[in-house]
Write a protein that binds this ligand. Structure first.
Ligand code: SAH
Length: 248
């Protein structure tokens, strides 16, 4: 069964964009997933197909009209797919959400432009509002592509090795350990000895410590959640096998 994405956008040519390349692109050709981009302009008002207007209450910029956006939404066969609006006002996208979306039938993505979309249509159509980070993009299309990329790689058959989908950052609430490959010595920098030892239990222990150290130093939010989940005291000692200088 094909995982189906529909994007509602003023710039349909932005799809599939980079997702037409590499593993996602091959899976797209094979019909593992599909993406249809529909132009919001087609639902615009009057001869000029107007989609936006000035904000009530004043202020800079334009707002996308609820009648235009709702007409586009109602024209899409949602077929049980969540309707997601990428917006900096949304809750932060997390790997748990990505897993949930990837396991479902697909997504309908509403791409905003200008200052965003009239709030009433977001309420009326039960739109899930999701942010891809605390910064402002010029439109929702790139955020929609990010969201699609994160989902598509989890669809069975898209990625080469299934294991790399389960062991990576966030899968256990921690950042991943660092990676090394050949050559073992490069410009005076050696791969940590333990990785060459063939001692699997010791390597697993080293990687766990590296994960914990990176998370504690770079992502105090994830670290606090990890400690709460594992029942550890937030003030507790952390083994610092990693070199903190390396983590910047
Ligand atoms: N005035 C808005 C920003 C509008 S940016 C505000 O301050 O919240 C225009 C469009 O880009 C938004 O409607 C949204 O679809 C998209 N966008 C911008 N930044 C985003 C982000 N961090 N995550 C997801 N979508 C984003």
């Amino acid at each position: 069964m094909t995982w189906r994405a529909t994007a509602l956008t003023l710039f349909p040519d932005m799809f599939p964009g980079p997702l037409g390349q590499s593993l996602a692109g091959r899976a797209l050709e094979q019909g593992v997933w599909s993406v249809e981009a529909r132009s919001l302009r087609d639902y615009g008002i009057g001869r000029h197909r107007v989609v936006d207007d000035t904000p009530f209450g004043g202020g800079a910029g334009m707002v996308m009209r609820p009648d235009v956006v709702s007409a586009a939404i109602r024209d899409v066969g949602r077929a049980g797919r969540p309707l997601v609006y990428p917006t900096p006002r949304g809750r932060p996208l997390r790997q748990d959400d990505v897993r949930r979306y990837a396991a479902g039938p697909g997504l309908v993505l509403l791409c905003g432009r200008y200052e965003g979309i009239d709030e009433r249509v977001l309420e009326a159509e039960q739109v899930e509002q999701v942010s891809i980070g605390d910064y402002i993009l010029s439109g929702g299309e790139m955020a929609a592509l990010v969201l699609l990329d994160s989902c598509v790689r989890l669809i069975p058959g898209v990625m080469g090795s299934e294991a790399s989908g389960t062991e990576e950052s966030f899968s256990d609430g921690l950042l991943e350990y660092p990676h090394y490959t050949k050559p073992a010595s490069w410009e005076g920098r050696d791969v940590p000895d333990i990785l060459l030892s063939g001692h699997h239990a010791a390597i697993a222990g080293w990687r766990q410590t590296e994960s914990e150290t990176a998370t504690r130093m770079r992502r105090p939010d994830l670290w606090a959640a990890h400690l709460a989940r594992t029942g550890q005291d937030t003030g507790g000692p952390v083994s610092l096998a990693a070199d903190p200088e390396r983590l910047h």
